[in-house]
Design a protein around this ligand. Structure first.
Ligand SMILES: Cc1ncc(COP(=O)(O)O)c(C=O)c1O
Length: 338
């Protein structure tokens, strides 16, 4: 089967497995795991920031940052289709004690003027404490904030004296697509997280990146939330390989997504927005998603539903150029039979 349901299905590369087997380890709750320390230093340096913290998941990073940057009883301005709103089990309300002020974005991206208009203060209004962006935007179809767009949001938050946070689960896809260094995004936000476990192929791990004092506080909260890990160097070793070997090749995944999107557009132009396909995600819109997914499965291709009318296909390192051509042929056949 050619698995295009998500880039989370990637398996560790042979280089990762070798690095994991050979990893030097120690007790990371004591701060003594040299491989974890090396990954955290590499992550911070990559984003031009002071410090980083390895967590088991992206959700944990998001929730820890929410805890750090947004006071309970306040409001977080966020795009309505964001991961933190839709896929984190209500943790923002439960653990963070915040409410979300959800704005409709354009393909998931927030308009700086709309954000400025949504910021509130003065009791008994619920005050805004944080502005949240997602890079790339998953439910937006892998769209991303350019450095200029992010800088405009930064000006809005700075004027209001508010922090800006980036859920950068796929931030490297954005940087590769825009052709910039991730540090260009890193220096515009107060905190961010990124995952090594998605298109970068590591089996486990996400990193919080920011100022040293914030990361020190996050380390305490990670422990409270049960995220303190012991010989986590076996995980970190794969994360280091991810950063060293798997970033530049994301361009291949983006090219593969274009191949899929163009195949779909050839036979069903009204169901694919080619302008939206800028990284590794393709949406087929306005179809009976269950029917299309079943038909693709019969052709040996796995796709996922975004909602009952939208099919999502995600390219990643475990899908070769040849797999992609075969999937594109299957997509042509299935969509032309609609
Ligand atoms: C945008 C975004 N943020 C956060 C996460 C959460 O990451 P994890 O699955 O590692 O908890 C995901 C996962 O798919 C995501 O797409």
């Amino acid at each position: 089967m050619i698995d295009l349901r998500s880039d989370t299905v990637t398996r560790p590369t042979p280089a990762m497995r070798a690095a994991m087997a050979a990893a030097e380890v120690g007790d990371d709750v004591y701060g003594e795991d040299p491989t974890v320390n090396a990954l955290e230093e590499a992550a911070a340096a990559r984003f031009g920031r002071e410090a980083a913290l390895l967590c088991p998941s992206g959700v944990m990073c998001n929730q820890l940052w929410l805890r750090l940057l947004a006071r309970p009883g306040t409001e977080v301005v966020v795009e309505a289709d964001s991961h933190v709103v839709n896929y984190e089990g209500g943790a923002g309300a439960l653990l963070g004690g915040v409410q979300f002020r959800m704005l409709a974005g354009r393909r998931g991206l927030l308009d700086p003027d709309a954000v400025a208009g949504a910021i509130r203060s003065g009791f008994p209004l619920t005050p805004t404490s944080l502005v949240w962006v997602e890079q790339t935007h998953n439910r937006g179809g892998g769209t991303y904030y350019t450095v200029d767009h992010l800088a405009a949001l930064r000006r809005v938050t700075a004027d209001a004296g508010l922090p800006l946070y980036m859920d950068g689960a796929r931030v490297f896809n954005a940087a590769v697509a825009e052709g910039v260094d991730v540090a260009a995004y890193g220096r515009l936000v107060d905190g961010l997280m990124f995952c090594v476990s998605k298109g970068l192929s590591a089996p486990i791990g996400s990193l919080m990146v920011g100022d040293a004092d914030a990361i020190a506080e996050a380390r305490e909260w990670r422990h409270r939330y049960g995220g303190g890990m012991r010989q986590a160097g076996v995980i970190a070793a794969a994360g280091l390989v991810a950063l060293e070997q798997m970033v530049d090749r994301l361009a291949e995944d983006h090219a593969h997504a274009r191949v899929l999107a163009q195949a779909a557009a050839e036979v069903a132009p009204d169901h694919v927005d080619l302008d939206q396909v800028v990284t590794n995600i393709v949406f087929v819109d306005d179809v009976d998603a269950a029917r299309v997914i079943d038909a693709l499965r019969a052709e040996g291709v796995l796709a996922g539903p975004m909602d009952p009318r939208t099919v999502r296909l995600v390219t990643h390192p475990d899908v070769s150029a040849d797999d992609c051509r075969r999937a594109a042929d299957a997509l042509r056949r299935v969509l032309s039979a609609l």
